[in-house]
Design a protein around this ligand. Structure first.
Ligand code: ATP
Ligand code: MG
Length: 413
């Protein structure tokens, strides 16, 4: 066993005993997001690298440190680290801007980031998310947040915290950036290496830093004063106020967090995160916001947009595990051809059925049936001669003998 090949670090098999949870998350996503008019989209897992360097932003950790990139036929290709850029590419390429707004899309699937694996953090993980294109008004932001909250509720997750903030627009943000840089200047040497880089390239993201010594600096009164200042312009402020009003009217509880800036370059105005207290340090289950300039940045027409992504592994870790589904029936018979025919007949009638392919002893077959199925369909000599079957309810232990033609009907009683 010394030369067995193991799964790559930071990746995991999703085994049959765990698949129920994944189907549950996917089915609920389809149900809830459809209610809001979102349609599913599936884009490729590989894209040209430029999509992410231009789309996600080459000052972000994702692009700088976390991408899986390789060359093939002189092209640089990347395994998608997130799906907004891919969905935007598809929106532009397939002329979706010609459709009447809003265009509402949802997706789920694997994402890849070269990060340090730990609880709640993998190198291949899965996201479910939505993107809404074409609407500038805060109704869109509110509807997207509401869809996220109602999806989480449909999964059975009620006590999560919704945090929101407004980053303003590129114009009104400029002054804030200048003020932030100024107040942090005396502490520059004490900032972590990443923050020292961010200082010039993207000072807003300093606030996203998780390093304790940086967080302490941001708690200083003069820094807090800048962080808490209302820097956003009248239009952005009105948009933010409207969003808060809609959320209140829709019964969504939220708190405002001025430190919430999100790790990506493309956001403007609304940003939000949904957090759980039961997840330890990787406590964010969802992150999203408005990205009005991304479509244009990737070569499309100006199109306002808003969306979010949720980490499916983190959702699963918050939910009680589901028992693997049992077969509807297991055919028990030492007359193998009859068992085979019976199993196939029941499958044609829509049931999930197995029988013993190796023709073991009757008692062994029954033992197996009670482990894997809800019903044993027993075909002894008498049953076969009389065109009958015996149905044993394996949960309750009751057994009845009925005409073969009535088998499925009697099982559902
Ligand atoms: P974090 O701060 O946890 O690194 P992020 O801001 O990088 O999150 P986003 O890019 O906003 O995450 O992705 C949205 C969601 O996807 C996160 O809230 C989280 O639930 C999940 N997620 C992100 N990275 C990972 C990962 N490496 N492993 C598992 N889930 C992840
Ligand atoms: Mg991250």
């Amino acid at each position: 066993m010394s030369n067995i090949i193991k799964v790559l670090k930071g990746t995991k098999d999703i085994l049959p005993q765990d698949i129920e949870m994944w189907h549950f998350l996917e089915k609920k996503a389809e149900q809830v997001f459809s209610k809001y008019g979102f349609k599913e989209i599936r884009t490729p897992i590989i894209e040209v690298t430029e999509l992410f360097s231009r789309g996600v932003g080459d000052t972000t950790d994702i692009v700088n440190k976390e991408m899986y990139t390789f060359e093939k036929s002189d092209r640089s290709i990347t395994l998608r680290p997130e799906n907004t850029a891919g969905v935007v590419r598809s929106f532009i390429e397939n002329g979706m801007s010609r459709l009447s707004a809003p265009v509402k899309l949802w997706y789920h699937g694997p994402m890849f980031r070269y990060e340090r694996p730990q609880a709640g953090r993998q190198r291949q993980f899965h996201q479910v998310g939505v993107e809404m294109f074409g609407i500038e008004q805060a109704t869109a932001d509110a509807e997207v947040i509401l869809a996220a909250v109602n999806y989480l509720k449909a999964l059975g997750l009620h006590d999560l915290d919704v945090e929101i903030n407004s980053l303003g627009c590129p114009k009104c943000r400029e002054e804030f950036k200048t003020n932030l840089k100024q107040v942090l200047k005396p502490y520059f040497d004490e900032l972590c290496e990443d923050c020292q880089k961010r200082y010039e390239k993207n000072p807003l993201r300093l606030l996203d830093c998780k390093v304790e010594s940086c967080k302490k600096i941001f708690e200083k009164p003069e820094v807090q004063e800048v962080i808490k200042s209302d820097f956003i312009c009248d239009e952005c402020s009105e948009h933010y106020t409207e969003l808060k009003l809609y959320l209140q009217k829709m019964g969504v509880k939220f708190s405002e967090n001025k430190l919430l800036v999100r790790g990506l370059d493309y956001y403007n105005r609304t940003v939000f995160e949904i957090k759980s207290n039961n997840l330890g340090s990787q406590n964010a289950v969802a992150g999203g916001g408005r990205y009005d300039s991304l479509v244009e940045q990737l070569g499309g027409e100006h199109t306002p947009a808003v969306g979010f992504a949720m980490g499916m592994e983190r959702l699963i870790s918050l939910l009680p595990t589901k028992e693997p589904k049992k077969l509807d029936a297991y055919v028990v018979s030492t007359f193998q051809t009859d068992a085979f025919l019976m199993a196939e007949e029941l499958r044609h009638q829509g049931l999930n059925v197995e029988f013993d392919l190796t023709n073991k002893k009757f008692s062994k077959q029954l033992e197996k049936a009670s482990k894997v199925a809800k019903y044993a369909i027993i075909l002894g000599e008498d049953e076969i001669l009389n065109h009958q079957v015996s149905i044993k309810n394996l949960e309750q232990g009751k057994q009845i003998t009925v005409d073969r033609a009535n088998c499925v009907k009697m099982m559902s009683l």
